[in-house]
Design a protein around this ligand. Structure first.
Ligand code: DAH
Length: 345
């Protein structure tokens, strides 16, 4: 049989083949049989060289037309198959079923508590300020009355970037930056991340603090007590008892640590006849550090300690959140388990 009539039979044969094809995989197989590199068309084309030079152009042109026709047949059948598959999928789809409710995010407990703390101080007239997390030794230590070699530096487990640059170990350097850039009187609150070389069940290398500072004329320890008592009752409830214990910080004199009555057992030390695991039966939990700004700090920022006085305080945000929500494990704050986080929505 001559080449031309064999070529002309390709399209009808493909059509016949397509009649048996119901899947995309079978369709691909058929395409390879006809149009693949070793397929039927390719084999016929290889016989072109056996023709005389006069016959060759016409047969070649015919072969090209047939190739186009084969491709069109294959494409048409593919579109058919796909349309049928889609129709089948739509037939299975029940538009009357309820949709899946999309997940909505919620604020992290640390953020919630930080915002709550700031809101309480905002309502008392404090302004929110911030400072850098990568800090100078000067602002983090020296201006806060901790010169090089000061023993209190050891308590802070500092992460150093270089000899004089470090990750701030507390939010207290924001006090220094604020006083250097403003004149008294002022009342500010500085929330933010702090860093320490410390990691165990109750410590993480990064956590959050809020620093507070009020400076003006005739600011006394009584203002400090009244302010912090009001604040702690706003956050932990009006029934909360507050006590001040003498303590030491290099940047305040006198200094105090503040305890609140345990919010788990209500200050009783026992809960349902069991020893309270939060206050360890003492009825009190430590919540913050505070004091009257040390004159040496005022001198470092160019304030006259014979004219102004002030108080400062600092507290850990995760600690407040743990006590407020009864969270027993600090690691919860950093694992981002949605089963935990979703409870604060
Ligand atoms: N900076 C202290 C710390 O990180 C907390 C603190 C204590 C801040 C007393 C204060 C303060 O402003 O007066 O442990």
């Amino acid at each position: 049989m001559d080449l031309l009539s064999v070529l002309q039979r390709l399209a009808p044969e493909l059509e016949k083949g397509l009649g048996q094809v119901f899947s995309l995989a079978d369709l691909e197989q058929l395409r390879v049989d006809f149009l693949g590199r070793k397929g039927r068309l390719a084999q016929l084309m290889s016989q072109l060289s056996g023709l005389s030079p006069e016959e060759r152009p016409a047969v070649g042109q015919m072969a090209n037309e047939i190739k186009t026709r084969l491709l069109a047949l294959l494409d048409g059948h593919r579109a058919d198959l796909e349309a049928r598959q889609e129709a089948a999928a739509l037939a299975r789809f029940d538009a009357s079923l309820p949709g899946r409710t999309p997940w909505s995010g919620s604020l992290h407990p640390t953020t919630l508590v930080q915002e709550e703390i700031c809101a309480v101080f905002n309502s008392l007239g404090y302004e929110v300020v911030s400072g850098p997390e990568v800090e100078n030794d000067y602002y983090n230590f020296e201006a806060l009355n901790m010169p090089p070699e000061h023993p209190a530096r050891d308590m802070q487990d500092t992460l150093y970037i270089s000899e004089k640059i470090l990750m701030r170990t507390h939010t207290s350097p924001v006090q220094v930056r604020t006083m250097l850039s403003r004149k008294p009187p002022l009342a500010v609150i500085a929330p933010g991340k702090v860093y320490r070389r410390d990691s165990d069940l109750t410590h993480t290398p990064m956590f959050h603090q809020v620093e507070g500072l009020m400076v003006g004329e005739n600011i006394s320890m009584a203002h400090l007590r009244g302010t912090l008592t009001a604040f702690l009752r706003a956050v932990f409830g009006a029934q909360t008892q507050v006590r001040f214990r003498p303590s030491f910080f290099p940047f305040t004199e006198p200094s105090a640590e503040v305890d609140i009555s345990c919010c788990m057992c209500g200050g009783k030390g026992h809960l349902n006849g069991e020893p309270c695991r939060v206050c360890k039966t003492t009825g009190w939990v430590e919540i913050l550090g505070c004091g009257m700004v040390d004159p040496a700090v005022f001198e470092a920022v160019g304030y006259d300690p014979s004219v102004v006085s002030g108080f400062a305080f600092g507290l850990g945000v995760e600690r407040v959140a743990m006590l407020k929500y009864g969270i027993g494990d600090l690691r919860m704050f950093f694992e981002n388990d949605v089963r935990f986080l979703g409870q604060f929505a």
